[in-house]
Design a binder for this molecule. Structure first.
Ligand code: DON
Length: 313
């Protein structure tokens, strides 16, 4: 039987979505990765999945898009599972930057020149270098397999068009990676590390996939729908904290005040968030604000969290 809360959401969600939708007019679809500019500017969709396995959807929830930075949460978790906390946090810090996600400013300004956190590009590229495997192919395969398990979707794949588009034009990420190599932060071959990074950014999902992954985080690493523990609780705790402090980049403080849930955004317009212990949530709205977060998606989550009184704070 549907819970009264979920039933209330089911009834009111289309109205909230309609109210948030015009926000896309103020946003811009990302175009610095040329292939991403093909996304539908006005799309907005959401899927909520409860720990009891019931879902509520609205709008363009079936739209397929690449994970982009949302994948950074899960590469961090896999790197922690592969290496433990001491190794990972010897290479990447735990602090928000207040800068854009692709900034390399602080790498030079603040000694010892390790990335401030694993959610910014510099940190996530470093994390990609820590994934176990004998080749970029094997490392990428392990990341994809992990995401298949978390989403319960064995068909997850890369969008090779987006992958190539980013790999062909990713000069800023290349600069960051070579700078990290020069500082002794990045081990191995720079191009191979970037291949792993660009690949996990190009994994294709829809809102239901994100909601399912979010539900596992909401349940501290346990997939409540299969009863399987997929992530050690401590690593979910770490990921959840980074999502809260750095997941929406230099808009994380505002998001914490306005929505109050752990979240991670991507430049394709996706947002993964969750209500601890209760719901996984996937949102997509490709038109972005100036911080690189979905304009309408953030607006919709704000309405949902306020109306349902979901803020953790
Ligand atoms: O490295 C990049 O720039 C992209 N592959 C990912 C950036 C991203 O999603 C930032 N999120 N808002």
């Amino acid at each position: 039987m549907t819970s009264p809360e979920l039933e209330a959401i089911r009834q009111r969600l289309p109205g909230w979505l309609k109210a948030s939708s015009p926000c896309s007019d103020r946003g811009k679809v990302a175009s610095y990765i040329p292939e991403l500019s093909k996304a539908p500017h006005d799309a907005l969709g959401i899927t909520l999945l409860s720990a009891q396995g019931e879902s509520v959807t609205a709008g363009d929830c079936g739209l397929r898009f690449t994970m982009q930075s949302i994948s950074k949460v899960f590469t961090l978790i896999l790197a922690l599972m592969d290496n433990g906390e001491e190794t990972v946090f010897g290479k990447v810090g735990m602090e928000p930057t207040g800068d854009n996600f692709n900034s390399m400013l602080k790498l030079e300004l603040v000694r010892p020149g390790i990335p401030f956190n694993p959610m910014i590009n510099a940190g996530a590229i470093t994390v990609s270098s820590l994934i176990r495997g004998n080749s970029p192919y094997e490392k990428s395969g392990r990341i994809l397999q992990f995401l298949k398990e978390l989403s319960g979707n064995a068909d997850l794949e890369y969008d090779m068009g987006v992958y190539r588009s980013e790999s062909d034009t990713g000069n800023l990420n290349r600069s960051i990676a070579f700078f990290l190599k020069e500082n002794g932060v990045l081990g191995g071959d720079v191009e191979e590390v970037l291949e792993v990074y660009f690949r996990h950014c190009s994994i294709v999902v829809d809102c239901a996939d994100l909601a399912r992954m979010g539900l596992v985080l909401a349940c501290s690493g346990l997939d409540p729908l299969t009863g399987q523990t997929l992530i050690p609780r401590r690593y979910v705790q770490i990921a959840k904290t980074f999502m809260t402090t750095c997941g929406m980049y230099n808009a994380s403080g505002e998001f914490a005040i306005q929505v109050g849930l752990p979240a991670k955004s991507g430049v394709s317009g996706g947002i993964l968030t969750f209500v601890p212990g209760r719901y996984g949530i996937g949102v997509v709205g490709p038109a972005l604000n100036d911080k690189g977060n979905s304009y309408a998606g953030v607006h919709l989550l704000q309405a949902l969290s306020r109306e349902m009184d979901w803020s953790m704070f």
